[in-house]
Design a protein around this ligand. Structure first.
Ligand code: PEP
Ligand code: MG
Length: 574
């Protein structure tokens, strides 16, 4: 029977297809035994092998939008999959209890969950979600029939929640849209879905009760509308919407050569966050002003060997050459125990890695490593304009130390006869609240600022950016975040310093009016959503938004911020 559910559209596109319902608690497996222990062990090990292969394929396919964050999940999951405690525990259970692999998985999951639940460290406690995902994958692999290997092509997945890593795999399998009972428009999964152009509806609280496997659905990722068993009128409306979306994509493509200019003629500088060769080429083709964030950790994390000066120099130089005279902002290493690290650079066993030795703290501890990196960057500046950006700055002293090191490096390279630009701008990521608050005392030692909202939000709100179970708590739509952004931008504008936002917040067209209202006229984002953001900018009146910033800053909760966005920021989601 026809039924309409209203939820939240998180990634646009109208899709018609059959539902594939994935119920939670896949591990509610009853106790069961086997006779042939060896065959059961072989079945389990085959599944482990399959899952390892899946993760490898995902890792290889991963690039661009959110690559580092999704990569972190994958790295962690791959590690868990190799964990002797998990694996030997499973073998022992099957051998000693003659349990089925499924039941052994469940027992082992419950045992590990018990240990994790008792941990003091909230970060570690939250890792149980990762264990669940790995065990869930193993369970799925145990039950995959040959016929299933084509995945759920052409279907709409209806589930309680979705991890960013899964989205990539689902899209590769041909899933056309995803509906989740939980989730938020600003979750990592939602951001990733938008950059993959995979329609997603979140917050469909009744979906799992009301939709059954095989039901025909129309799902609109723009409005959040879900229709079960649509009638002729619904189908016509879906066709019209699908045509509109297709037309819209065509129009978006026409914006490749248009300026990122507001209705009242204010030019907004759109930089690209780019790491791979493809990103750089795309950024160039879409008319990005330059590269606003080149995360150098990719060079370090993708191999188990530290890249030497030559390797780094060639990588940085090639990005500079690829941007043909547009500025490239290269960020110094931001590795730390919470970012995947195969090089052994990050300190092991830090009790609280997110607050540990990462970013500039690590660079200043390892000065030979840092000097090598700065030398490579300065040498790359001989081929086109370069800015150097320092991550995780929390106080003035760190920038003074970096400046001194940069000065020494420049003098050495000059003596050695290398070509280089004069006066390479040195800037700081503003992503630690102390840096934002103490900024009046050290903006003088910065040539430019780049606001890392991904970390700023996590540190300001004390909400782990990688912990999906915190859901809506991780949001830039918090009065404290908006006030802090406003303060940083106002100060930078008064002091005529270039300031941009390079966190994911800048990649979301929905948030463009809000960022412009706060005074930003530079944004840096992955090329995947650059055209959507450009379109949003072209629909904004900068003067009117600025005039309404007092109301935004008075908003005392998320609801009133959302109301402000409805009233003044009526730009459609991309
Ligand atoms: C940020 O924190 O917003 C940022 C851009 O840096 P990263 O995501 O690499 O930590
Ligand atoms: Mg950061």
């Amino acid at each position: 029977m026809r039924l309409v559910l209203n939820a939240n559209g998180a990634s646009r596109g109208s899709v018609l297809g059959r539902a594939r319902v994935r119920l939670p608690h896949v591990l509610e497996v009853a106790e069961a035994h086997v006779e042939d222990v060896d065959a059961e062990l072989a079945r389990l090990h085959d599944a482990i092998h399959v899952v390892r292969g899946e993760m490898r394929v995902l890792q290889e396919r991963l690039q661009g939008a959110l690559a580092s964050e999704v990569g972190e999940f994958l790295d962690l999951h791959a590690l868990l999959l190799d964990d002797p405690e998990l694996l030997q525990g499973l073998d022992t259970l099957i051998r000693s209890g003659h349990y089925t692999a499924d039941y052994a998985l469940r027992l082992q999951r419950d045992r590990i969950a018990g240990v994790f639940a008792g941990m003091d460290d909230a970060y570690l406690r939250s890792r149980i979600d990762d264990i669940d995902q790995v065990i869930g994958r193993l369970h799925a692999a145990l039950h995959r029939r040959e016929a299933d290997t084509g995945g759920v092509a052409g279907e709409i997945l209806v589930t309680d929640s979705i991890a960013p890593t899964e989205l990539l795999q689902l899209q590769a399998q041909g899933v056309m849209a995803v509906v989740t009972a939980g989730g938020s428009m600003l979750s990592h999964s939602a951001i990733l879905a938008r950059s993959l152009h995979l329609p997603l509806v979140v917050g469909a609280t009744k979906a799992l009760q009301k939709i059954n496997d095989g039901d025909v659905l129309v799902v609109d990722g723009g409005t959040g509308l879900i229709i079960r068993e649509p009638d002729a009128i619904d189908l016509r409306a879906h066709r019209t919407r699908a045509r509109e979306y297709a037309r819209e994509r065509k129009q978006l493509n026409r914006l490749r050569r248009e300026p990122s200019r507001t209705l009242d003629g204010v030019d907004i500088k759109l930089w690209a966050n780019a790491e791979s060769r493809e990103d750089v080429a795309e950024a160039h083709a879409l008319g990005a002003a330059g590269v606003g964030l080149y995360r150098t950790e990719f060079l370090f994390l993708n191999s188990s060997q530290l890249p030497d000066e030559e390797a780094q120099f060639r990588a940085y130089r090639d990005v500079v050459l690829g941007m043909t005279g547009r500025t490239v902002t290269i960020r110094t290493l931001d590795v730390g125990a919470d970012k995947a690290d195969r090089t052994g650079l990050a300190l092991p066993n830090e009790p609280n890695p997110a607050l540990g030795v990462r970013g500039v703290r690590l660079s200043l501890l390892r000065d030979a490593l840092f000097e090598t990196q700065l030398r490579a960057m300065v040498r790359a500046s001989g081929y086109g304009p370069v800015r150097i950006l320092v991550p995780m700055v929390s106080c003035r002293e760190e920038m003074i130390a970096v400046r001194a090191m940069l000065k020494r490096v420049v003098a050495d390279l000059q003596r050695e006869g290398h070509a280089m630009a004069e006066g390479i701008p040195l800037g700081a990521m503003i992503e630690v609240p102390s840096a934002a608050i103490a900024l009046p005392g050290f903006i003088g030692v910065l040539d430019f600022l780049s606001i890392g909202t991904n970390d700023l939000v996590q540190y300001l709100l004390a909400v782990d950016r990688n912990n999906e179970s915190l859901g809506d708590l991780y949001t830039p739509l918090h009065p404290a975040v908006l006030r802090m952004l406003h303060g940083i931008v106002a100060l930078a504008n008064r002091r005529s310093k270039s300031v941009s936002v390079c966190g994911e917040m800048a990649a979301d067209p929905v948030l463009v009016p809000l960022l412009l209202a706060l005074g930003l006229n530079e944004l840096s984002l992955h090329p995947a959503t650059l055209l959507e953001v450009r379109r949003a900018i072209r629909g904004c009146d900068f003067g009117a938004l600025r005039a309404n910033v007092p109301a935004l800053l008075r908003a005392h909760d998320r609801k009133s911020i959302a109301k402000w966005m409805q009233a003044f920021g009526s730009v459609r989601a991309a």
